[in-house]
Ligand binder design. Structure first.
Ligand code: NAP
Length: 288
């Protein structure tokens, strides 16, 4: 339980979105503030679409230190900001707003969060054969991020094959990295689930068939889903001897990167190590 003490100088950070009632961000961020000894508090605000502009004005007027932005406002906030970091421009979505003396700057740490998680956990990308499952927003951003990390090869697989083909074509065109839209019958080094198959309330769904030629005991399987903490994909992959991770670490490391932006300071690597293990330390179910 967070032991935050308040003072006249206590800073306010927060999350805007709709709905936000079940967000884990306030819990994670307040524990982080506590761990870092910061004089700040983090709250969640459920706001209406028509109020996005006035909320941005309030952030300036009330000197709110920074905000995270979640669905459905990641694009809607953009016209109200004073500048955009390269990541926000690249993904055309903002999930962190920094307020420096009334200047609001938008960032996107979605992919940085997952890449940081891989770094902290020692999961190599460079030169590895990676299979991305899904063809939605996260899959698109991942293909971009993984190509920048110099993956050996990138393959995308999706339930609706045409969407995977279209995504592969568009990504290649935009970023010049070859993407294959037909997985080979071989085990990949890293398999990433960027679909909602297996996520509450479709817990029985799985984005790949089992037995699965793409996963064996040397494969690392990362599922972006964290509720439930172990999807069918992770359970079955574990049975094949694969190393598995759920999506909580990705969420938590996004929170750490956001905090660095809010406070304009770098966090020590021991804090990254501690929070990367957040789910396993506390038991994911106990915090959902
Ligand atoms: P999205 O744009 O809506 O894309 C959803 C994808 O899931 C599509 O490729 C869709 O396939 C596929 N899909 C849905 N149900 C399926 C099923 N039963 N079987 C197979 N494929 C199925 O969503 P998104 O924004 O990319 O997010 C994708 C996932 O990432 C979600 O689970 C989300 O929770 C997770 N996520 C996690 C974090 C984190 O911090 N851990 C952050 C962002 C996102 P079709 O094209 O065939 O419909």
């Amino acid at each position: 339980m967070s032991q935050i003490k308040f003072s006249p100088a206590t800073r306010l950070f927060g999350l805007i979105g709709h709905p936000v009632a079940h967000s884990l961000s306030p819990k994670i961020q307040n524990e982080l503030i506590d761990t870092c000894g910061g004089d700040a508090v983090y709250l969640a605000f459920d706001i209406e679409k028509d109020d996005v502009g006035s909320v941005m004005q309030a952030v300036r007027a009330m000197r709110i230190g920074g905000l995270n932005v979640t669905a459905p406002y990641k694009e809607a906030v953009m016209p109200y900001l004073d500048s955009l970091d390269g990541t926000a421009q690249r993904y055309h979505a903002v999930n962190v707003i920094q307020n420096i003396d009334g200047h609001l700057r938008g960032y996107n740490v979605d992919i940085a969060g997952v890449l940081k998680f891989f770094e902290v956990k020692g999961v190599p990308i460079c030169g590895k054969d990676v299979l991305v499952l899904g063809a939605g927003g996260l899959a698109r951003a991942l293909l971009n991020g993984l190509s920048a990390e110099k993956a050996g090869s990138l393959t995308v697989f999706n339930r609706t094959a045409e969407k995977a083909q279209e995504l592969a074509r568009r990504t290649e065109e935009e970023w010049g990295f070859p993407i294959c839209a037909e997985p080979e019958a071989k085990a990949y080094d890293l398999v990433i689930n960027a679909t909602s198959a297996g996520m509450h309330p479709q817990e029985d769904a799985c984005p790949v068939p089992f037995p699965c030629p793409w996963i064996d005991s040397h494969t690392i399987v990362f599922d972006s889903i964290y509720n439930p903490s172990e999807t069918v994909l992770l359970k079955e992959s574990k049975r094949l001897g694969a190393k598995t991770y759920n999506g909580l670490g990705m969420l938590v490391l996004q929170a750490l990167l956001s905090y660095e932006i809010f406070t304009d300071q770098k966090l020590e690597s021991r804090i990254y190590q501690k929070f990367a293990d957040y789910g396993s330390l506390q038991g994911v179910e106990s915090i959902l």
